[in-house]
Structure formats: structure tokens, C-alpha cells
Write a protein that binds this ligand. Structure first.
Ligand SMILES: *Cc1c(COP(=O)(O)O)cnc(C)c1O
Length: 409
């Protein structure tokens, strides 16, 4: 019992359950020679567009490329600034630089860990001037025109999009959702009085199908979603060397296509995605109940009424996070940190000129977060073991009986 390992992530079981189907995707590629593009890619694109409630999905080679192509396709140009958060995976900021722009950061909300719409508003109103010609903000910090904002739906929960979309409208900003962790997540729009899917709210959105994501390929893959047919046309060209017609290159593009085998596998797995997401929600609920006793010591995820998370990660916070992780690892329980260093403090972004203290919430989160194992196939016993070891860390047995006695007397 004690020695049974609880991995942070299980990429074996879900594929074992559908091995025959996955092998048949390979077999059909081998027998038809259709490796790049073609029907399998188109069919997956149509199915994923329907899943996200959008008109267009363009399969690409990774989430990072999806972000880059969405930004370039939506019109972000060299020399501009693009706003995002410091509490995200570096790919969000890399894509902004690769699009020729410069990342500029807005701090996150301490409860949701996502972009704080109030701070975005303050930044635009107090720290920018308006370019009267384009109606866009000019950052006083960098003197650059800000052309876009990239809200990241981190850990599987959408940002509070309403205010972000309102501000984007008021300042003529492109919105590219980083939905790389949020396949199937939903947001309740108070304005429209309906639930909206992650990836359907911005000018465009980027998804990653990296193996560990809620919908994962058996390799690298990603997608751009949008309702804008012109943007979709651009992204299709960008992923394929800037050509709409073979060897007629309208612009310089990239080699960023989705290959047919990954598309076939993703299409097969897409049928399970809603059930898997539902199962993750069940796992999260179970954690919430099991960890209720320890809730004085740790911060559990916050669930605003306007969000339906798909729990890509189950993230708790503790100010003795590192000791907690060591304790769990001694009991064979895998955990992760997403992410240990806020982007503005990464060496790669020294040239942006930020210092410690610039984004205090992101910095605090980086010191305190700990991701517990969560995947559709995790068992109740595994969750009980994890919760038990967390409780015993904060409340060792002797203390437990002591407090019990104290109450009994
Ligand atoms: C995974 C991820 C990406 C990048 O996706 P890749 O497919 O690995 O290129 C971008 N942003 C976020 C928030 C991610 O989690």
C-alpha cells in the first residue's frame, strides 16, 4: 500500500484503453500514404470547431505555433507590444516575441490566478496614452503601441472575459485567448446571458495538444480557432509556407502544419473529451471534500460562479510548499509546480527591464503553488492516499489525538 506510486500524470492508461483505434490510425496512414494534410486533418478540424462553438479550426504543429499564427494572422506587427500575464508557461510570451512584438505584463488576480481585468483597466487608463489615429494605447513604459492582449485560461479555468473584452473593444485591441490548458472550459457571459466556450470569445484562440493536455496527441500538435474567415485563411497560409496554392507564396510563412496521424488520433480521442473533463470535475470535487480538513493550512482552487473549469491542473497553495512536496514525494506521490518562476523574473526576459516586486501576486503564487495529480483515470484510493498524506503533513497523528483529547476534556 505505502509503496504504491501515484504518478503526477498518467499517459499510459488512456492510450491502453483505445490502443486498437490508435494503431488503426497509423495503419491507415501507412496504407494510404496520407501523412500531411488531407481528409484526416480536415475532419478533425471540423469536429474540434464544433466542439469549441466556432466557425473555423486550423490544425497546426503546436500550441506555441497556434499562438504565433493567431497573433500574426490577426495583424500583430513588429515593433508593437502585446499584453499578457507573468503567471503562465513561457510559450505565451515566446509567441508574442516570435510575432515580432514585445511582451508586456499585467498581474493576475490572487483568487483565480488569471489576468486581473481591473489591473488591465488600470494599466490602460493610467499608464498608457491613446493614439488618436488607431484608437490604440501607447505604453508610456515602452513607447510602443499595444495591439493585442493574450488572456491565458490557466489550469483549465477561463479568465473573467467580459471586462477584458470590453476593454479590448474600447481600446481597439486584438484578443488572442491562450486556451492551451482549457479544452472545453466554459465562461458565463453576463452580457449575453449564456455560457461560452473557451476559444470562442476572442478574435482568435490557441490550443495545444501536447500529450499531457486534456486533449493530447501522441506527439506535438495544436490548433487555432476563430469565427473570422479572413483570419482563418491567413492562418492556413501561415502554417504552410505562406501558400494557398502550391508554390504560389503570398507571404513568407512557416512549416507549422498538423500531420494526419496526429489529427486522426486527436479525432478519436475527442469523442472522450467531454466525459474525461466531467471525470476531472469529479476528481476536483473529491479533492475539495477530502482536503476540507486541511483548508486552514492550504488554499484550494477558487470556483467563481461564472466559470466551469476543466481542471487541466488541480493547484493548491501553501507557504511551506517545498516541504509539502518533499513529504509527498517521500510517500511516492508526484506533484508539479506551474510555474516556479514568474516570466518577468526569467533570465530570458531580463531585457524587458522588470524587477522583483513588479508583479507581487504572480511572484507570491510562484512561491506557493503546488499541482496535485489529476487525470480522468486517477482512482479514489489514490486520491485518498494523497489527501491522507497532506493531512498527516499538516496535522501529524500525535497532534490529531492531542486536539481530540483537548476537545474531549
Ligand atoms: C502547453 C502550453 C502552451 C504551448 O503549447 P505547446 O503545444 O507545448 O507548444 C502555451 N501556453 C500554455 C498556457 C500552455 O500550457
Amino acid at each position: 500500500m505505502e509503496s504504491s506510486h501515484v504518478p503526477f500524470l498518467d499517459l499510459i492508461t488512456p492510450h491502453a484503453e483505445m490502443e486498437e483505434e490508435i494503431v488503426s490510425v497509423f495503419r491507415s496512414a501507412l496504407r494510404t500514404g496520407a501523412f500531411i494534410g488531407g481528409q484526416a486533418v480536415q475532419e478533425f478540424e471540423n469536429a474540434f470547431a464544433a466542439f469549441c462553438d466556432v466557425d473555423h479550426c486550423i490544425g497546426v504543429s503546436s500550441g506555441t505555433d497556434a499562438l504565433r499564427f493567431a497573433l500574426v494572422g490577426a495583424g500583430v506587427a513588429g515593433g508593437e507590444s502585446v499584453l499578457t500575464v507573468p503567471n503562465t508557461f513561457i510559450a505565451t510570451a515566446e509567441a508574442i516575441s516570435q510575432a515580432g512584438a514585445r511582451p508586456e505584463f499585467i498581474d493576475v488576480d490572487e483568487r483565480t490566478y488569471n489576468m486581473d481585468p481591473e489591473k488591465l483597466g488600470e494599466y490602460l487608463e493610467a499608464r498608457c496614452d491613446r493614439d488618436e489615429r488607431t484608437r490604440r494605447p501607447i505604453s508610456r513604459r515602452t513607447k510602443r503601441t499595444i495591439s493585442a492582449v493574450v488572456p491565458v485560461h490557466l489550469y483549465g479555468q477561463t479568465c473573467d472575459m467580459e471586462r477584458i473584452l470590453e476593454l479590448a473593444e474600447a481600446w481597439n485591441l486584438i484578443v488572442v485567448e491562450d486556451a492551451c490548458q482549457a479544452h472545453g472550459a466554459e465562461y458565463f457571459s453576463r452580457r449575453q446571458s449564456r455560457w461560452r466556450k473557451a476559444g470562442s470569445m476572442g478574435t482568435a484562440a490557441a490550443f495545444s495538444f501536447y500529450p499531457g493536455k486534456n486533449l493530447g496527441a501522441c506527439g506535438e500538435a495544436g490548433a487555432v480557432t476563430t469565427n473570422d474567415p479572413e483570419l482563418a485563411r491567413w492562418v492556413r497560409m501561415l502554417r504552410d509556407h505562406g501558400q494557398a496554392e502550391k508554390y504560389c507564396h503570398d507571404v513568407e510563412g512557416y512549416n507549422g502544419r498538423l500531420d494526419a496521424i496526429q489529427a486522426g488520433i486527436l479525432h478519436a480521442k475527442l469523442r472522450f473529451l467531454s466525459a474525461w473533463n466531467e471525470r476531472r470535475r469529479g476528481v476536483a470535487l473529491e479533492y475539495e471534500q477530502l482536503l476540507a480538513d486541511a483548508s486552514a493550512e492550504i488554499t484550494l482552487p477558487y470556483h467563481p460562479a461564472w466559470a466551469k473549469s476543466v481542471y487541466h491542473l488541480y493547484v493548491i497553495r501553501s507557504n511551506i510548499r517545498d516541504q509539502l512536496r518533499t513529504h509527498l514525494s517521500q510517500h511516492n506521490i508526484g506533484t508539479g509546480i506551474h510555474y516556479p518562476i514568474a516570466l518577468h523574473l526569467q533570465r530570458a526576459y531580463r531585457h524587458l527591464g522588470y524587477t522583483e516586486g513588479d508583479f507581487p501576486i504572480s511572484e507570491k503564487i510562484a512561491r506557493e503553488v503546488c499541482s496535485l495529480p489529476i487525470y480522468p483515470q486517477i482512482t479514489r484510493e489514490q486520491q485518498h492516499k494523497i489527501a491522507d498524506k497532506i493531512s498527516s503533513f499538516f496535522l501529524p497523528d500525535d497532534k490529531r489525538s492531542f486536539s481530540f483529547q483537548a476537545i474531549a476534556h
